[in-house]
Ligand binder design. Structure first.
Ligand code: NOJ
Length: 500
């Protein structure tokens, strides 16, 4: 009997220790007011290829993600694809039901370019697709949910890829024509537009290390060209909105950038700044800084490296003619996707291959083994990093308006009791509130994701949803996880409830 009791005692003690430890790892203490501002907007996000399915329904044309998952299924961890996914194209009502339950203020979703223009070009305009998104937008508005629309979330129409995709400057005009189509059809009701989602990722992975479609392996060259054309396409779309729609429609146009925040074990401010410029700054500096153009540190390094490689000009394009001014100031807000952070130090030996972004950056990143890890191997809970990056944006970019357009936690989908996701949510909301209390101009927060979905190279093995999706049922039923209830309470109270 004594033995039994002592075992019980040890197990209880251990459980408490582990629970406390986990809580400590993924928490942040409060500074200042416990209330979110009255007009602060809470939402959830998804993206077309990850949830819609209906990959060739009603005249939709193929995108590079359709092509890639069909031709190289072994490159997706579970050999899956987005052909059906959560079938949101046919089951939007189920998503709407979840959105209503959560009582979100906004819903961020993306429009599939190759639905609207199956070949990427206006000549293929598809009315059925225009109608589909009209229906989605109308239903959201009828239920008091503001639509926040991403125009491009990785799924480039295949026909545009055939002529070089983001490495061909023709894309700038093609994107503007597509953007104008969206402003004309939906701008009476959509007041928050995001041109591009995470350009660093689709450029670096698509044209640098070639792990994403279009799998062009030209590191340190084509990835920078992709970023350059993205910035110009974004700015040209923004300028079109300003001159033709802003007055009558009164909406805002921004771009969503992703970045980690960086810490230094030796308090080396220079290396922190270098890391921020190479990650967030590469795209943010040309748009949001006072001077415009790429960050000085990148212009200098990449220029010098290019010269050493025997080139006659830098691999980092320079904005020629008026482009620098067109891009500078071309956004009403910065959409921020924040997931995790790293420690950083100057590289001990040359990083990556030559040439590449990695070699140009030339820093070593590491993690703190105490950080709590999600199902995704890159995702650690570091809420201090969100507070840090928001303050960096406040100081570096003149306190521009920020909307957090993604932040979320993955699990392996084995249960509905997702306490770690709740810890992550709670601590990151605290980071946002602390930053607001410290003068940061943050206007909204968006959890990734409303429902479990196709997580790119990880297929359906890593799940970010507040709602689980029954992938083995044709009806794809959505079921609330515990975190959905927690988030609903946040939204109702406009405060951060204590845990459990
Ligand atoms: C950011 C991307 O925008 C989204 O598509 C992805 O699923 C999440 N990160 C999680 O990796």
């Amino acid at each position: 009997m004594i033995k039994l009791w002592s075992t019980f005692f040890v197990v209880t003690l251990l459980t408490c220790f582990v629970a406390n430890n986990v809580a400590e790892q993924c928490s942040l203490s409060a500074k200042g007011s416990p209330n979110f501002p009255a007009n602060f907007s809470f939402g959830v996000a998804t993206a077309a290829y990850q949830i819609e399915g209906g990959w060739n329904a009603d005249g939709k044309g193929p995108s590079i993600w359709d092509d890639f998952t069909h031709s190289d299924p072994e490159k997706i961890r579970d050999k899956s694809n987005g052909d059906i996914a959560a079938d949101s194209y046919h089951r939007f009502e189920q998503d709407l039901q979840a959105l209503k339950e959560l009582k979100v203020n906004h819903y961020r979703f993306s429009i599939a370019w190759s639905r609207i223009y199956p070949t990427g070009d206006i000549s293929s305009r598809n009315q059925k697709a225009i109608d589909y998104y009209n229906h989605v937008i109308d239903k959201l508005i009828a239920n008091g949910i503001k639509p926040m629309v991403t125009m491009f979330h990785y799924d480039l129409p295949s026909e545009i890829q055939k002529i070089g995709g983001f490495t061909n400057s023709l894309l700038i005009n093609q994107f503007v024509v597509y953007a104008i189509e969206l402003f004309e059809n939906y701008g009476d009701r959509v007041k928050t537009w995001i041109t591009f989602n995470e350009p660093y990722d689709y450029c670096h992975n698509g044209y640098g290390d070639a792990t994403y479609p279009p799998q062009v392996y030209a590191p340190g060259v084509a990835d920078y060209l992709c970023i350059d054309n993205t910035l110009k396409a974004h700015a040209a779309a923004y300028r079109s909105y300003q001159s033709r729609f802003a007055k009558t429609q009164g909406g805002k146009v921004g771009i969503t950038l992703d970045s980690r925040y960086f810490f230094s074990k030796t308090n080396d401010e220079d290396v922190i700044d270098r890391a921020m410029q190479y990650n967030l700054g590469l795209l943010a500096h040309p748009i949001f800084s006072k001077t415009g153009g790429y960050p000085d540190v990148m212009i200098m390094d990449i220029g010098a490296n290019s010269q050493k490689e025997g080139r006659i000009r830098s691999r980092l394009p320079s904005f020629k003619g008026k482009w620098r001014d067109i891009v500078k100031g071309s956004a009403d807000f910065l959409g921020l996707n924040y997931y995790s952070s790293r420690y950083i130090k100057p590289a001990s030996k040359p990083n990556g291959v030559s040439p590449s972004w990695e070699r140009d950056f030339n820093c070593d990143a590491s993690i703190d083994p105490k950080w709590l890890r999600a199902a995704s191997d890159w995702l650690y809970c570091v809420p201090e990093g969100l507070e840090g990056i928001l303050k960096f944006i406040r100081d570096e970019y003149d306190n521009v308006e920020v909307i957090i357009t993604e932040n979320g936690w993955s699990d392996d989908g084995t249960g509905l009791i997702d306490d770690d996701r709740i810890r992550y949510l709670k601590s990151h909301l605290q980071a946002v509130l602390n930053a607001i209390n410290d003068g940061c101009n943050v206007r909204g927060y968006t959890t990734w994701s409303l429902i479990d979905n196709f997580e790119w190279l990880r297929g359906y093995t890593e799940k970010f949803g507040l709602y689980a999706v029954n992938m083995s049922s044709p009806n794809r039923e959505r079921t609330a996880k515990k975190s959905a209830g927690y988030y609903r309470e946040v939204i109702q109270k406009r405060q951060i409830p204590s845990l459990f």
